[in-house]
Ligand binder design. Structure first.
Ligand code: PAF
Length: 280
């Protein structure tokens, strides 16, 4: 496994690499969710590349950039075990050198939910992913369904800008009690950790109502709120939304011919958890 720190060296290495090349972009602190992406990428491609970069531009001023979990040595060991060929680990000024001033501004797909709660977040995500695509020129790139709106933003950018990458979305990996794996779960206190599966339970309750025939989105959402409001350690529910899984547009009446996503963001103390289920 080759570890590369500069854009120029990574571009050269990818240009010479045997194809197809699959890219797994990450911010490190790897868990089984990330490893499900690397395993799929390993199986699908001749060259498997990963990136580890805690992207400062996707964090708001009051967010957790400084304390975001970092475990580079362990991450590299895991990537090596998974058969990674190339790992890109650039320092921030390699990705954003002095004077950097060109951004990808996603449109309506990025307006609601995470986009509304975290202004500028998807501009940072889209910009860094576009840069990673340009540097590595992958045939395929792998993302987790847990960040469902992020996947929709990347798919739309890839389509609108003719980037030509096949975007592969892998299912959310969960703890046995349903909590979606996330690097941010490390922030939870033991009490919050015990309460956190309520997030997935709430989504399942909403899905269940839908499966039993309810087609009014407000009532589907209400089923999730009922569970979350009963959990005393849940301090705030930023949203429960029923959206078109492709455009992220909210729907009022759940239609059978659309693929839909029920998504939520919940705060337990200072920890913000997001999760979603796809209806179909
Ligand atoms: O999902 C993540 O870890 C990040 O948002 C990504 C896609 C690596 C961009 O920084």
């Amino acid at each position: 496994m080759r570890v590369v720190e500069t854009c120029a060296e990574m571009m050269a290495a990818c240009r010479q690499a045997a194809r197809p090349l699959g890219l797994v972009p990450t911010m490190g602190a790897l868990h089984e969710g990330h490893l499900s992406l690397t395993r799929q990428a390993r199986a699908d491609n001749v060259t498997m590349a990963a990136s580890i970069f805690v992207n400062p531009t996707q964090f708001g001023p009051n967010e957790d950039f400084a304390r975001y979990p970092r475990s580079l040595e362990r991450d590299l060991e895991l990537l090596e075990t998974e058969g990674t060929d190339l790992v890109f680990v650039p320092p921030p000024d390699e990705v954003y050198p002095e004077g950097f001033d060109t951004w990808i501004e996603p449109g309506a797909v990025a307006e609601g939910m995470e986009g509304a709660a975290r202004p500028g977040h998807f501009r940072g995500v889209a910009t860094v992913v576009a840069k990673l695509f340009t540097i590595t020129r992958p045939e395929l790139a792998y993302f987790g369904q847990k960040d469902g709106q992020q996947v929709a933003v990347i798919r739309k950018m890839n389509h609108d800008l003719n980037l030509g990458v096949e975007i592969v979305t892998m299912p959310t990996i969960r703890e046995p009690d349903g909590l979606a794996l996330s690097s941010r779960n490390a922030y939870l206190t033991p009490e919050q950790r015990e309460a956190a599966p309520a997030v997935y339970r709430a989504l399942c309750a909403a899905e269940d109502v839908w499966r039993r025939g309810e087609r009014d989105a407000a009532r589907v959402q209400r089923a999730a709120y009922n569970i979350l409001e009963r959990e005393t350690l849940v301090d705030a529910v930023d949203y429960v939304s029923v959206v078109d899984a492709d455009s992220m547009r909210p729907v009022e009446t759940v239609q059978n011919d659309l693929e839909l996503m029920i998504a939520t963001a919940v705060r337990l103390g200072s920890v913000r958890l997001i999760d979603n289920v796809v209806l179909g």
